[in-house]
Design a protein around this ligand. Structure first.
Ligand SMILES: O=P(O)(O)OC[C@@H](O)[C@@H](O)c1c[nH]c2ccccc12
Length: 265
């Protein structure tokens, strides 16, 4: 069993934050990774900025643009993974990138380098399951979990997708793009139950989860809960302070408090 599955099945940790690498800087991201590791999360999704993030809502799109202004690349994110591992970070890391940078870098190379830099998983949200066979094979060989996404519209394909799933299955709570939501369709509960019954690996749910009550609700229906936009927005609000050596510690503590408040235990 992989480190990722062990953590998710232990029920000790169930929060998976998404942060955009390089927003507001790679140094800030490095410190945020250590903070999240200390705070206790199940894994961290480390976003690679991309110019055409079609599945992202405005908050993460803006974060991607800020990181691209810092010229952050897939290579930088891999290097950051290696650096935090050398500094003692133990939390599972998930490389989160659109397909274009992966194909440019090379499928087998990105898998090999991700493992070499201490990553446990890879999510490529715009790579259709039917076209992910080669990447999943490289992942299987190298010990990198290539994590599939399933949506309420996946219906018949859910069984096929989860049967071959590595690491965990990422259940998208609602259609559309990432972003904070006030409510969720009633059908999401049945959807999550169906996936959980069919899946041989743990499940995580994401999209729109931004408050403690959301986490409490979904924590009962999946092994992990992903929070991206709400945290990315908090980081954006504090980006000035995070970039100022004098204010950085206080800003990091505000982010720690935000993450603590999301965790129900
Ligand atoms: O931002 P939200 O609504 O909290 O959802 C998590 C999401 O940000 C993260 O998992 C993610 C970031 N970019 C994506 C693209 C597709 C699917 C998921 C994602």
């Amino acid at each position: 069993m992989t480190r990722l599955q062990t953590v998710l099945q232990s029920e000790q940790q169930y929060l998976i934050p998404f942060i955009m690498s390089g927003d507001p800087s790679l140094e800030a991201t490095r410190e945020l990774i250590h903070l999240l590791n200390e705070e206790g999360v199940a894994a961290i999704e480390l976003g690679v900025p991309f110019s055409d993030p079609i599945a992202d809502g405005p908050v993460i799109q803006a974060a991607s643009e800020r990181a691209l202004r810092q010229n952050v690349t897939l290579q930088d994110v891999l290097t950051l993974g290696r650096q935090v591992r050398q500094e003692g970070c133990q939390v599972p890391l998930i490389l989160f990138t659109y397909a274009n940078p992966v194909f440019q870098y090379g499928l087998s190379r990105v898998v090999e380098d991700a493992v070499g830099c201490g990553f446990d998983g890879l999510i490529v949200p715009d790579l259709p399951y039917e076209e992910s066979g080669e990447l999943r094979e490289w992942g299987q060989k190298a010990g990198l979990s290539v994590i599939p996404l399933v949506a309420p519209t996946s219906r018949q394909r859910i069984r096929q997708i989860v049967e071959e799933a590595q690491g965990f299955v990422y259940c998208v709570s609602s259609l559309g793009t990432t972003g904070m939501r006030q409510q969720f369709a009633g059908t999401v509960d049945t959807f999550l139950q169906t996936v959980r019954e069919l899946s041989p690996v743990p499940t995580a749910v994401g999209f729109g989860i931004s408050k403690r009550e959301h986490v409490e609700r979904f924590q009962k229906q999946a092994d992990a809960v992903v929070v991206g936009s709400a945290l990315v927005r908090k980081i954006e609000e504090l980006s000035g302070a995070l970039s100022d050596p004098v204010q950085r510690t206080e800003a990091l503590e505000q982010i720690r408090a935000f993450v603590t408040a999301l965790k129900t235990k």
